[in-house]
Ligand binder design. Structure first.
Ligand SMILES: Nc1ncnc2c1ncn2[C@@H]1O[C@H](COP(=O)(O)OP(=O)(O)OP(=O)(O)O)[C@@H](O)[C@H]1O
Ligand SMILES: [Mg+2]
Length: 396
């Protein structure tokens, strides 16, 4: 899931939650995990049965539950928790001992693993990491994330994000549409809903005070649908308001979307928010969009360098030069200037075709419907196809 991806990218320590009524939670378990150097450990000194209702699926990347296996209430709480969270967070059970029947039952209710006291610290840490990795790789249908980030205002981020979403949706040779969602994170000035002529239904006031309330059902109510089948998550604009809120709101949204869709395309704002790092680290592709001017190329180069400096190897931003004009005989910038300015950070250029793009925006339809052989789409396809090795090609 998106959230665990953000965590395992090494930006922050892996959150481990130890639930135990015993003193050894503090004296043995916490030091054992802390010593492994990967975990930020929180201890809840309570029985699992009592603590269970207060634990949300995204509280931690792994939960270590010390349960009294003789107590039926504890086992029921374990099962209830795993059902309630859909097995999204791995649970490791620590017990004083168990027999074969109990071990079988624990596996049946999808406990990730179990460890017997006395605790071997190295084994416990290894078991936790194994469970987190198994969880991340076994996630069903995890979406591929594409983040589009502006190097300057008005360079065409929204246009390219929308057309990318349409391309990805139809990338299955049109046999079936890939489940695709466009998310407008430009809460202040977002224009995705306007471009597509859909009603924005993401009501931030409902989720900001309590991100944990956000579940599949609520997400469903907040998704808009474009006639093409594209899902859109966009909030009504608040142009006069600079909204900042708990980054968990955004990671939670992306987390839910990650399990629902094959592709998620994100329209990012120009301002850096507390959640921006997480979105970039969690994205499979980060495209920086700029325009074909000297300042535009400089801004893109600086932004690329700044992201690399800030987030390291976890993010590999690639620049797209939009509204590209080849000026073979003119005096303006040439392809070679662009290559020189951006080097290996250049993902590609997208042709300038104002008439086509404007018509697509005004009618709220995929460019493909305006002109199947659009040069803008051909360029965009080329960029998407050349993306990360192993990813499916977008050959709508
Ligand atoms: N490839 C293109 N060819 C011609 N015009 C384009 C192209 N891409 C975008 N445009 C035009 O550029 C303008 C800005 O596009 P868009 O709204 O997508 O930019 P943006 O970067 O999202 O802007 P903002 O900073 O306001 O969010 C629009 O008028 C759009 O029609
Ligand atoms: Mg925009």
């Amino acid at each position: 899931m998106f959230f665990s991806r953000v965590q395992s990218a090494g930006q922050s320590a892996l959150k481990a939650l130890v639930v135990s009524p015993e003193a050894d939670a503090e004296t043995t378990l916490k030091p054992a995990l802390t010593a492994a150097g990967r975990f930020a450990v929180t201890v809840v000194r309570d029985s699992f049965e009592r603590a269970e209702p207060r634990i949300a699926a995204d509280t931690a990347a792994v939960i270590i539950a010390c349960v009294d296996t003789q107590a039926r209430g504890e086992l029921v709480a374990l099962q209830r928790f795993i059902n309630r969270t859909g097995g999204r967070v791995p649970v490791i059970v620590v017990t004083d001992g168990f027999d074969e029947a109990l071990a079988r039952w624990l596996l049946q209710i999808r406990v990730a693993d179990f460890v017997k006291r006395p605790i071997d610290p190295v084994e416990l840490a290894r078991t936790c990491i194994k469970a987190i990795e198994a969880q991340a790789s076994g996630e069903p249908g995890e979406a591929e994330f594409f983040a589009f980030l502006p190097a300057a205002g008005g360079v065409g981020v929204t246009t390219l994000a929308i057309q990318t979403a349409f391309l990805l949706m139809r990338a299955n040779g049109r046999k079936a549409l890939a489940r695709t969602c466009l998310i407008d994170l430009d809460f202040q000035n977002g224009a995705c809903a306007d471009h597509l002529d859909v009603e924005p239904r993401l009501i931030l006031d409902e989720i900001v005070p309590n991100p944990d309330r956000l579940d599949d059902l609520l997400l469903d109510m907040m998704l808009s649908e474009h006639p093409s089948g594209l899902k859109v998550l966009a909030a009504p604009n608040r142009p006069a308001e600079m909204r900042t809120f708990d980054p968990a709101v955004v990671t939670r949204l992306l987390d839910l979307a990650s399990r629902r869709f094959d592709n998620v395309v994100i329209d990012m704002p120009r301002t850096w928010f507390p959640w921006t790092d997480d979105v970039l680290v969690g994205a499979d592709r980060v495209y920086i969009v700029t325009e074909m001017t000297v300042p535009g190329l400089r801004l893109a180069r600086r932004l690329t360098a700044a992201i690399t400096e800030r987030l390291g190897e976890a993010v590999k931003p690639a620049a797209i030069v939009n509204r590209f004009e080849s000026s073979l005989f003119g005096t303006g910038l040439r392809q070679s200037d662009i290559e020189a300015a951006l080097g290996s950070a250049l993902a590609g250029c997208v042709a300038n075709n104002y008439r086509q793009v404007r018509e697509a925006i005004d009618r709220g339809v995929p460019l493909e419907e305006i002109k199947a052989s659009s040069n803008v789409l051909a360029d965009l396809r080329k960029i998407l196809t050349a993306r990360a090795p192993g990813a499916a090609a977008a050959n709508g």
